[in-house]
Design a protein around this ligand. Sequence first.
Ligand code: HEC
Length: 207
Amino acid sequence: MRTTLKAAGIAALGALVLAGPARAQSTKVDPAVVEAAVKGMFGHAPAEWQERIVQDETQKACSLNRNQPPADIANAITARETKNVVLPADGKFLGDWKSGEKIAQSGYGGRHTDDPKRELGGNCYACHQLSKTELSFGTMGPSLLEYGKIRKYALEDAKAAYIKIYNAQAVFPCSNMPRLGHNKHLNEQQIKDLVALLFDPESPVNK
Ligand code: HEC
């Protein structure tokens, strides 16, 4: 099981919302209740963590709507999240797939016991299948097998994948996928390496 505490942490906010009793599905969630519950779990974490347990505008909108926002709010989320995507200054989206594979495999980082100076991982396998030979992967996200091949390695699609990894909610409002670039969890080069993992014909994703 490759899923780490980090994935659990990332999913925690979403899970809280999803975990409500079935009969409450149609009622709105009070954001104050969500915040109090999160504070109860992580309130004793170090000071630099505290801002991470406060919901931003998008997270509040997702909590309020149980991750199923009506069209106007969904559009507002994708517009807001698209605005904060920073594309690579050199206009290149493809890095090194071998580094990308290591980043996809690594779930390091995000826990308050982790050393922030060590390279953080993307933890992609916690939610996605990315190779036929890796037996351990999660299924919260769709399989990404043959992701580049299916898209004929088109540059436009590589750019779209960069945006997706940088900020999943620029594409899919209230996605369970973390906003890895937006949260400064992964840097530009790491995201390029992951795009190469998806779009290099030699990568295990496309074999
Ligand atoms: C906590 C679970 C989770 C993690 C971790 C995660 N994803 Fe996702 N991902 C999802 C979910 C759920 C979706 C489907 C909904 C959506 O599109 O946002 C998705 C969608 C995607 C898509 C779009 C798929 C399509 O249909 O076109 C790509 C590309 C992707 N993820 C890449 C990655 C990469 C690369 C990583 C590692 C940096 C990663 N994901 C980490 C949950 C996750």
